[in-house]
Design a protein around this ligand. Structure first.
Ligand SMILES: [Fe+2]
Length: 310
């Protein structure tokens, strides 16, 4: 075959490929900026109940999926709110070692169980250098921040407001963080897609699915952020395409004003005791394509040694 004939066939091949993709779509395909990442939440790592083995299983499955990065939705460990400093430090160390199984960049969201001593009713000094969110910040950095990936702006919120008397927490976004959210989103270009991560949900219907016990921390502040309407009012001015949430260990999406608020189940399922309200141990795969956030849930085959399925 002479060189001009070979060149002609080569051009024809390119044209055929473009035709197969539908002409102009060939250009769109070349510009495809869709991507996938993981939302991994409520690992509740502890040495008991085979939790470390469970996390290993989940992270190794996740690693093989070759995602762009992982977003951890909080409650990395179980628990640091009311345990000794020695136990809290050992849990964070165990988590740090286990997370290496993921083998990808991980962004972290602060959960209530990650806040050292906040339910200790005075037995942990509030002046301790690792008290509250300081232990989280020591390991993972700021409790709220933003970053960008392939044209999408990510906002990671700190949804946990510890009670000043060390009796727990509320889901709340304080004035300083509200101002930061408005400022941060004000700096990005109009129309830039935004995805939000928050441990305690902004929007959930969990109280509609089950009658929670009277002493359960249900309702706003317990199962959702008590001033969510203030946060949503800021989101309304921007192109928020999805919100990823943890805390309640259920797989759920509530859509409000076209925005999916997806609660991403839990790696630990029912705190390592099987399924929680029907949601098994697992994590969320998030695809961003055509300006939309699409989610699916992946389980990983963990068998609880002490099942109490709900
Ligand atoms: Fe949790």
């Amino acid at each position: 075959m002479n060189s001009s004939r070979r060149q002609f066939l080569s051009i024809l091949g390119g044209t055929a490929a473009a035709a197969a993709l539908g002409g102009g779509n060939a250009l769109a395909a070349a510009k495809d900026d869709s991507f996938e990442f993981l939302f991994v939440t409520d690992t509740h790592l502890q040495p008991e109940l085979n939790a470390t083995q469970g996390c290993d299983m989940a992270f190794k499955k996740a690693r093989a999926m070759k995602m762009d990065f992982a977003l951890q939705g909080g409650d990395h460990v179980y628990d640091t709110m009311k345990v000794s400093k020695e136990r809290a430090v050992s849990l964070f160390d165990l988590y740090g070692k286990t997370e290496q199984d993921l083998g990808m960049k991980v962004y972290h969201t602060c959960g209530n169980h990650d806040c050292f001593g906040i339910s200790s009713k005075g037995s942990t000094p509030q002046g301790d250098q690792l008290y509250g969110k300081k232990m989280f910040e020591e390991h993972f950095g700021r409790a709220y921040y933003s970053f960008d990936h392939k044209g999408v702006h990510f906002l990671v919120l700190d949804s946990v407001l510890p009670a000043t008397d060390q009796t727990g927490y509320s889901g709340h976004i304080d004035e300083t963080q509200l101002a930061w959210i408005a400022d941060d989103l004000g700096k990005i270009g109009a129309g830039v897609p935004v995805i939000v991560s928050t441990h305690i949900p902004l929007v959930t219907a969990i109280d509609s699915y089950v009658k929670l016990p009277a002493n359960h921390r249900s309702g706003r502040g317990g199962t959702s952020i008590d001033n969510s309407e203030q946060v949503i009012a800021i989101f309304d001015k921007h192109n928020v395409i999805g919100v990823l949430q943890g805390h309640t260990h259920i797989w759920e999406t509530v859509t409000w004003r076209g925005v999916p608020y997806t609660t991403g189940g839990a790696v630990s399922g029912n705190w390592w005791k099987g399924t929680h309200l029907g949601t098994p141990e697992g994590f969320t795969v998030v695809k961003v394509a055509d300006g939309k956030m699409i989610t699916r849930y992946e389980t990983y085959g963990f068998q609880s040694v002490a099942p109490e399925n709900t």
